[in-house]
Design a protein around this ligand. Structure first.
Ligand code: ZN
Length: 505
């Protein structure tokens, strides 16, 4: 067997274990009885260990060594074609990250992540940061230690961010956030002065949960979610996972007095799911069959949620159906009023409920704070106060307790530092991709205003999904749009949209 086939085989076996682990995790969030938590944690920890063994096996190492200098990543052979070269290099990058972490450290980190997440859950319930503080302090130390083992070049924060968004640097992300801040802060202020122009009270009437559920399923079906290769379930926090391109799972949440929440969560997770379903199945189990980065993944969810789901042509298609589902609640609201209500800008404490304008400022605050923590420029004890100050400065409101402030996100509790920026990167990518799709597909919006979403999905499949990880994020955006990632297209899109909705001058 050739070295490249041996790499494929070893990684495929590891992927079977990863799929099994993902099934257990999916089940834990959807159907597992509450009393099974401890046993499930043991099962998942054991599988994680097996996966780590597989990802660092001697067989894999030997095969990689035949092709690549394990220290530098330089190719040692000229026998590989372009795709094989990419596969070998990506496999080496993954291997290096896995192998750099001592098994003892991986176990300690995974154990602390679970303890710390439980402490966060409790602290959030009691709205008391102090009880979570020592766990977070230890987690920050462990993350620094982790970056030290990985030493990918660049700063500690660069290394951590690279785990989620390969190739992105702190400097590049900071300059994107700066550009966003310069135009978003005044835009939000301008909107706040005329906020009465949009009334969104229709969204908080009473909406039957079963009807919300079937409406959402209809939307998923319409945009191309294949129920033969996926399913949707309910969970407290919506998420998407996949075990193979032919088996993709999403979840959504339903609330009786909140029509927007379920609709947008369904479209968001639907976008993630379409990406997973569109990954090249023939490459399953090796890097070429995987998604590029979290930012690119998020671009797919945001494209369907915001660019499509919060657009006029989408509601031209969907509103008559929604009105037929809830005739009583929607009888006094026309399509344009509904579209405006869905798009109302309202500074709020909670990131996941933020509108398109304020969302990235929530992310920016986290991006700034986590750098301070990782660089030892902020004692964890001072985190809540700084959080509240920044909320006031960027979003104009001040949290009154830790629950609606610093304790709202789970990420830091399990050690995801460098993750938050990918949310904003996803927003920026999504607009650039969508603008290009509009250029490439004649009458794109006219088509989906009439329920035809296939041209858009086919375009995404061809240009993005089917690429797997055969290109990097920066290569992808350049290949697809001919331009680098930038904040301008996103800002132009938002300003134009809100000028219309709020009749701004
Ligand atoms: Zn997402």
């Amino acid at each position: 067997m050739s070295a490249i086939d041996q790499i494929r085989e070893e990684l495929l076996r590891a992927s079977y274990l990863k799929s099994a682990e993902a099934v257990l995790q999916w089940d834990q969030e959807t159907y597992m009885p509450p009393g099974a938590g401890a046993a499930r944690a043991d099962q998942i920890a054991f599988l994680s260990g097996l996966i780590h063994e597989r990802m660092t096996s001697e067989r894999l190492k030997e095969a990689l060594y035949e092709l690549i200098d394990l220290q530098t990543g330089e190719l040692r052979t000229i026998t590989l074609n372009e795709r094989e070269t990419r596969l070998a290099k990506e496999a080496w990058k993954d291997y290096r990250k896995e192998a750099a972490l001592p098994a003892k450290f991986v176990a300690e980190l995974s154990h602390h992540a679970s303890t710390s997440q439980q402490a966060w859950t409790q602290a959030r319930k009691e709205s008391n940061f102090v009880t979570f503080q020592p766990h977070l302090e230890k987690m920050v130390e462990l993350q620094k230690e982790k970056a030290g083992y990985l030493s990918l070049g660049g700063s500690t924060y660069d290394t951590l961010m690279d785990l989620f968004e390969p190739g992105m640097t702190t400097e590049q992300a900071a300059s994107l956030f700066k550009a966003l801040r310069q135009r978003l802060v005044p835009l939000i202020r301008e909107i706040q002065e005329v906020k009465h122009r949009v009334n969104n009270s229709v969204l908080s009437k009473n909406y039957d949960l079963d009807k919300q559920w079937s409406f959402g399923e209809g939307i998923l079906r319409a945009i191309g979610f294949d129920f033969n290769h996926g399913r949707q379930d309910r969970s407290a926090h919506p998420f998407t996972t996949g075990f193979h391109p032919t088996d993709v799972r999403t979840t959504t949440r339903l609330r009786e007095n909140d029509l927007k929440s379920a609709l947008l969560a369904t479209l968001h997770e639907g976008g993630h799911a379409l990406y997973n379903m569109g990954l090249p199945a023939e490459e399953f189990g090796n890097p070429l069959g995987e998604y590029i980065s979290l930012g690119i993944h998020e671009s797919q969810s945001r494209l369907w949620e915001n660019l499509v789901g919060l657009s006029t042509p989408f509601w031209q298609y969907a509103y008559p159906k929604l009105r037929a589902t809830f005739p009583e609640q929607l009888k006094d609201t026309d399509k344009d009023q509904f579209y405006a209500a869905m798009n109302k800008v309202r500074p709020s404490m909670i990131r996941v409920e933020a509108d398109e304008a304020t969302y990235n400022l929530h992310v920016m605050l986290r991006f700034e704070i986590e750098q301070l923590l990782i660089n030892d420029d902020l004692p964890v004890a001072e985190l809540p106060a700084l959080w509240n100050d920044k909320m006031e400065e960027y979003i104009g409101i001040r949290p009154t307790n830790d629950s609606e402030g610093v304790l709202q996100d789970v990420h830091w509790s399990f050690g995801a530092f460098g993750y938050f920026p990918t949310y904003t990167l996803g927003n920026l990518y999504s607009v650039q991709f969508y603008n290009q799709a509009r250029k490439d597909i004649p009458g794109l919006e006219d088509q989906y205003a009439h329920g035809k979403f296939a041209p858009l999905l086919d375009w995404l499949r061809e240009k993005i999904h089917s690429k797997g990880r055969s290109v990097t994020a920066s290569e992808l955006i350049m290949d697809v749009t001919g331009e680098e990632l930038s904040a301008e297209p996103f800002l132009n899109y938002l300003e134009e949209k809100y000028r219309g909705i709020y009749s701004l001058g």
